[in-house]
Design a protein around this ligand. Structure first.
Ligand code: BGC
Length: 746
């Protein structure tokens, strides 16, 4: 019987190739839809996570057997979390060779910053402000993932966030909608390339639509209650940019937004995304987010949740089991119109056609390609390049960095320095554990120094990915004494501190964002005996490290730099690479300042004032520790000759940037505007352009920008984009704080 279907199917497919030559993808989708039963169309809207050992025997009982049968009866459109070509092929065979119409599955996975080879976490990559490098990093991730049989990633996460307590800031591009939009485009293009049907590209997902990053108090999954101005001007732009860059799928989100769970939100999904923005790909729910509408108090039960989600435009159900169980009945009862099912199935099939899965469902299943791609030199070199570009030099008093390559006794201290797992970050399910180059290993390349390693105080014991939390040591400070002794006997201390990779990410919000455990105590003890301390931070979010900034001469933000971690850190520390990263998120002095972000409003009571009645804390400054866009280099740069001119409604801006040091370097030249009077108040500064330039020692470069309506306007509270005449400040500098300013009138 199975064989008969296969033969029939092969016949059908070859027929399709003969007749399909002049047909568009849309025609092909229509032809296929016409052959499908309602159940099969609903099947396309159903996604399961990998549920059995695919290469082993077929499941004999329980829900795994049911799911297995669902694939064979065309009631599954997609599977996530299947790993490796062998497994993908087997699973695909079930769909293609055993279901009535043989519609291929699409295989999704969280390829967030690499599959097997990990690039730095996305927040770190964003600190490079290097769009080409970010695009290339996504391209490499796609190449590796596609070689393992995958054809769809749930990335990029384009959620803007202003709250460093939120664990998922590690997965985004930080706090700014302009930078976030440019990075969203770069990542979408990187994953998808210019030909989705190439076996080296995969479909991307813009997630989580919308406002997931505005979870109240930084607690994951929490309520988002956001005003229209912030929604239109801060949260939505990166999503719109992803649509404009051609992203093929969207994921909605767990949170409610202004009282409506995003998964059931008609305005967001049907009216805005699919309506006004003309998005013609499909929307997948977040994991179980359809059924979670019951807990939200928005749906009475799973059936009601299915009705709400389908009517709102959520096309694919990730792991709620809701559509597959209830949609057919809802159509029969007239509660969900069949045209909505057709629309969802059409969108999903369209992406499958674009991926080329109907031409060859096994096109991503090439074991030879898999083994020659995973972790190959191209992947490793790409990861190393990205890691170096992601690092941000936060402080470098008296040019302590770079360290000399020989003649010194260097102590590397800290458990994270010897860790080969944590640097891989949180989202690295395709990577084997302990595959990062540790700092200790990276330093071994520089054998001209005498290097000793000392763990110092223990930071953590357990590192289970799904553990409730990393078991951080808060009591046992016994390692500090030895660390102090080693520090005392050394010329320089490289102290590696921060968070374990699993301390940020989904469900990993923190109420305190200082150095976890007893690391601060160790830092203070070491500073008592040796002032030559280079603090290397490895973390997945901005940390409040005010004390360190006041006392430690050199601080390098390395984030979780991925597979090539230790090599990248060593090359920066010893000056083989001149750091040029800039912070994509404000670092607070204290968690009490959060949310803190550069593009805030002026208020009616800005300060500082010499009376008490202005917008401030009485026990804490308003100033951040390090502002958005900040980052040093081994070079130093000077800005001069800002000139602005208005030509045909466009503003031409130019500035001279001089490398005043004796070291060649790169600088991210940033342009901010302030619309001084507007019908909806505008922030005190808004990033509207940046360029990363490479300037030789002692040389100058002129950098030019053109501002058009696209940069000079904003969305009013009806979601209409307007440009209003009036005065604008134009500010240019190396961070959101510094800057030459000019004023123009439009
Ligand atoms: C996350 C998504 C992810 C999905 C699938 C969810 O818990 O919120 O971002 O893509 O799981 O792994």
């Amino acid at each position: 019987m199975i064989r008969l279907y296969s033969i029939l199917l092969l016949g059908l497919m070859s027929c399709a190739t003969v007749t399909s030559q002049n047909k568009t993808v849309d025609d092909k989708v229509d032809d296929l839809l016409a052959k499908m039963t309602l159940e099969e169309k609903i099947g396309q809207m159903n996604q399961y996570s990998s549920f059995f050992d695919v290469t082993g025997p077929a499941p004999k009982e329980g829900s795994a057997k049911e799911r297995y049968e669902h694939i064979r009866s065309g009631r599954v459109g997609s599977v996530l979390n299947v790993r490796g070509v062998k497994e993908v092929r087997k699973m695909q065979e079930l769909a293609v060779e055993e279901s009535r119409l043989g519609i291929p599955l699409i295989f999704g996975y969280d390829v967030i910053h690499g599959y097997s080879t990990q690039a730095p976490i996305p927040l770190a990559e964003s600190a490079s402000w290097d769009l080409e490098a970010i695009q290339n990093s996504a391209r490499l991730a796609a190449k590796e993932a596609a070689a393992t049989g995958l054809n769809w990633t749930f990335a990029p996460m384009v959620d803007i966030s202003r709250d460093a307590r939120w664990g998922r800031v590690m997965e985004g591009a930080g706090e700014d909608p302009y930078l976030g939009s440019r990075i969203a485009e770069a990542r979408v293009i990187g994953f998808q390339g210019d030909d989705l049907s190439s076996p080296e590209t995969i479909a991307a997902t813009a997630k989580h639509f919308a406002a997931y990053g505005f979870a109240e108090s930084g607690k994951d999954y929490n309520t988002a209650d956001v005003g229209l101005s912030t929604l239109y001007n801060v949260i939505l732009p990166p999503f719109k940019a992803a649509v404009d860059a051609g992203v093929r799928t969207f994921m909605n989100s767990f949170n409610e937004l202004n009282g409506v769970p995003a998964t059931g939100d008609v305005f967001l999904q049907r009216e805005l995304l699919k309506g006004e923005w003309g998005f013609n790909g499909f929307i997948v729910s977040d994991w179980g987010s359809i059924i979670e509408m019951v807990d939200h108090g928005y749906a009475a039960d799973a059936k009601h949740a299915s009705e709400l989600a389908a009517n709102a435009g959520s096309d694919m159900d990730m792991e709620s089991n809701a559509y597959v169980n209830h949609l057919a009945a809802l159509v029969a009862e007239g509660k969900v119109d069949e045209t909505k099912i057709n629309d969802a199935a059409r969108r999903i099939l369209k992406v499958k056609f674009e991926l080329g899965l109907f031409d060859d469902p096994y096109k991503y299943c090439d074991e030879a390609r898999e083994s020659s791609t995973l972790g190959n030199t191209e992947q490793k070199e790409g990861a190393l390049d990205m890691a170096k570009k992601s690092m941000v030099l936060l402080k470098n008093q008296d040019n302590l960095l770079p360290l000399p390559k020989s003649g010194k006794k260097i102590a590397i201290i800290g458990q994270l320095a010897n860790d080969k797992n944590s640097p891989l970050g949180n989202w690295r399910m395709g990577a084997s554990d302990n595959t990062a180059v540790s700092v200790v290993e990276g330093f071994a390349q520089y054998s001209g120094n005498k290097v000793v390693y000392e763990q110092g105080v223990k930071l953590f014991d357990g590192q289970e990915i799904f553990a409730m939390h990393i078991d951080v040591n808060e009591d046992d400070n016994s390692g500090i004494e030895e660390a102090v002794k080693v520090a005392q006997e050394s010329d320089v201390v490289v102290l590696v501190v921060g968070e374990h990779g699993y301390m940020s990410g989904e469900g990993r919000s923190r109420a305190n964002i200082g150095l976890p455990g007893l690391q601060q105590e160790m830092l203070e003890a070491i500073m008592e005996v040796n002032n030559n301390v280079v603090l290397v931070l490895m973390n997945g979010r901005p940390l409040a490290i005010n004390w360190a900034d006041q006392h430690v001469p050199a601080i390098l933000e390395a984030w979780q730099p991925g597979t090539m971690s230790g090599d990248a850190i060593a090359q920066v520390v010893f000056g083989d690479y001149n750091p040029s990263g800039k912070l994509p998120m404000t670092f607070p002095k204290d968690v009490a300042q959060v949310p803190i972000y550069y593009n805030h409003k002026n208020t009616g009571r800005p300060g500082p004032k010499d009376v008490v009645f202005w917008s401030h804390y009485s026990d804490m400054t308003n100033e951040p520790l390090y502002p958005f866009g900040y980052g040093l280099s081994y070079s130093s740069f000077e800005y001069s000759d800002l000139s602005t001119a208005t030509v045909d409604g466009k503003v031409k801006v130019s500035v001279t940037v001089k490398n005043t040091s004796s070291v060649d370097g790169e600088e991210v030249v940033q342009l901010y505007i302030r619309d001084k009077v507007a019908s909806v108040t505008r922030p005190v500064k808004e990033l509207k352009g940046f360029e990363k330039v490479s300037i030789k020692a002692g040389e100058s470069q002129q950098v030019s920008f053109t501002l058009t309506d696209k940069e000079l306007g904003f969305y009013n509270n009806k979601g209409v984009y307007i440009v209003e005449p009036g005065e604008f400040d134009i500010m240019v500098g190396g961070s959101s704080a510094a800057g030459l300013t000019d004023t123009i009138t439009l």
